[in-house]
Design a protein around this ligand. Structure first.
Ligand SMILES: NC(=O)N[C@@H](CC(=O)O)C(=O)O
Ligand SMILES: [Zn+2]
Ligand SMILES: [Zn+2]
Length: 425
């Protein structure tokens, strides 16, 4: 494949040789018989800037994304200050462009300060230079049904997406773990499946009547899958994502009380993992999103009940999709392109991501070596935090290179220097 001016210029035997003969500046990447995919798109990333730059910056998170094979990420709004105004969303977008390792699309908050009562100025955020196209109070649920209804009505008019963190707060007071036999035995307060499912069902019905598009963040239960099937059959505009950790891990991980396994929604049971994998294979769940959630060591190395929920995800997503979906035969590589790139780009209406690999298309690409294994070490990841539940685990499938509009943003485990030479990495 020949890439020129950020676009795919030619594909076929010999095009690279011809190019290097005529232009000595041409960079050559030998794919080594690996897999060429459209660059991944993450609908759910926490970059922690502004406010908690000690745990992640837009630069460090962008490097992690490029190393994970991503060419676009959506940065959630639960920063400090909250991304509930055009000042913050345009700032995040501008810094993302300056860094230049991945397209950073800020997510706008649905309600002022994630407070759940007063709608944020979605229209001005959508009209800003960032062109915000997705709104979410993620971290908190838009639990008031009237506020959610209004948000969906406005979203319809603006043609933007509302992404819901589905958690009925009255059912999760004090909850820190999946409600089931494991939590009962360990003495941890339970978070029932119904806390998620009741909101998913309610929001499907609200979206039907408002005519807006709703997206379900981090689907975690078999019951959510059943509700999604029902809603789709009704023709409701609903989409959903699943995280790598909910595909791979279950609540047996909590035995050690190590808070690295604490996450919202909580790790569920093995039967839920199976249902989520099948739903992703069948397209009932549209895509994989990381919910990359960096936290400082002191926020994780404490009593389980007091630890912050969330885990790193950008650099480990692909090998987990390979392990849970490709190796068991649930998805082929075409399917990986669908769930990691094409569907998230379609849901968020990104025009230049998740495109076919063809002449005239933008060169947003990921080259994967499906055979090579590596060992996860939190302190070696590009993130400023190290809260990975996969410490010392061997992962198979390695990102050889990531290309953003023709520029190599990651290669052989090294992220490119940010576009303007920023030193904040
Ligand atoms: N997933 C998490 O456990 N934590 C997320 C918030 C969220 O996604 O709900 C965070 O911001 O840390
Ligand atoms: Zn959430
Ligand atoms: Zn999140």
């Amino acid at each position: 494949m020949l890439v020129r001016d950020g676009m795919i210029a030619a594909i076929g035997a010999g095009v690279a040789d011809d190019a290097t003969d005529t232009d000595t500046d041409t960079e050559v990447i030998d794919g080594g018989g690996g897999v060429l995919l459209p660059g991944f798109v993450d609908m759910h990333t926490h970059l922690r800037e502004p406010g908690r730059e000690d745990t992640e910056t837009i630069a460090s998170g962008s490097a992690a994304a490029a190393l994970g094979g991503y060419t676009a990420v959506f940065a959630m709004a639960n920063t400090d200050p909250v991304a509930d105004s055009v000042v913050v969303t345009d700032h995040v977008h501008a810094v993302g462009r300056q860094v230049g390792l991945v397209d950073v699309h800020p997510v706008g908050a649905v309600t002022v300060g994630l407070g759940g009562t007063q709608l944020a100025e979605m229209g001005t955020m959508a009209a800003g230079t960032a062109g915000v196209r997705m709104f979410s109070d993620d971290g908190k649920c838009v639990h008031d049904p009237l506020v959610m209804r209004r948000a969906l009505e406005y979203a319809r008019g603006l043609d933007v997406l509302i992404a819901q963190h589905a958690e009925e707060p009255r059912l999760t007071v004090g909850a820190v773990a999946h409600e089931g036999p494991t939590a009962a035995r360990l003495g941890l307060t339970g978070w029932p499946r119904s806390a998620e499912e009741s909101i998913v069902a309610r929001d499907a019905i609200l979206a039907r009547d408002a005519g807006g598009r709703v997206h379900i963040c981090h689907a975690s239960t078999a019951g959510t899958v059943e509700i999604l099937k029902w809603a789709r059959a009704q023709g409701i505009s609903i989409s959903a994502e699943v995280t790598p950790h909910h595909l791979l891990l279950d609540d047996s991980r909590l035995e050690t009380y190590d808070a690295v396994n604490k996450v919202n929604p909580p790790l569920r049971e093995a039967s839920d993992c199976r249902a989520l994998r099948e739903a992703l294979a069948e397209g009932v769940i549209d895509c994989v999103a990381t919910d990359h959630a960096p936290h400082a060591a002191q926020e994780k190395c404490c009593e389980f009940a007091n630890a912050r929920p969330g885990m790193l995800g950008l650099q480990t997503a692909l090998p987990i999709v390979v392990e849970t979906m490709v190796t068991p035969g649930l998805l082929d590589w075409r399917g990986v392109a669908r769930v990691m790139s094409e569907r998230p780009a379609q849901i968020t209406r990104l025009p230049d991501q998740g495109r076919p690999i063809a002449v005239g298309e933008p060169a947003n690409l990921t080259i994967v070596d499906p055979e090579t294994s590596w060992v996860v070490r939190g302190d070696e990841l590009a993130s400023r935090s190290a809260n990975t539940p996969y410490e010392e685990m061997t992962m198979t499938a390695t990102v050889v290179a990531t290309v953003l509009r023709g520029r190599i943003t990651a290669r052989d485990g090294h992220a490119a220097v940010p576009a303007d030479g920023m030193e904040t990495l």
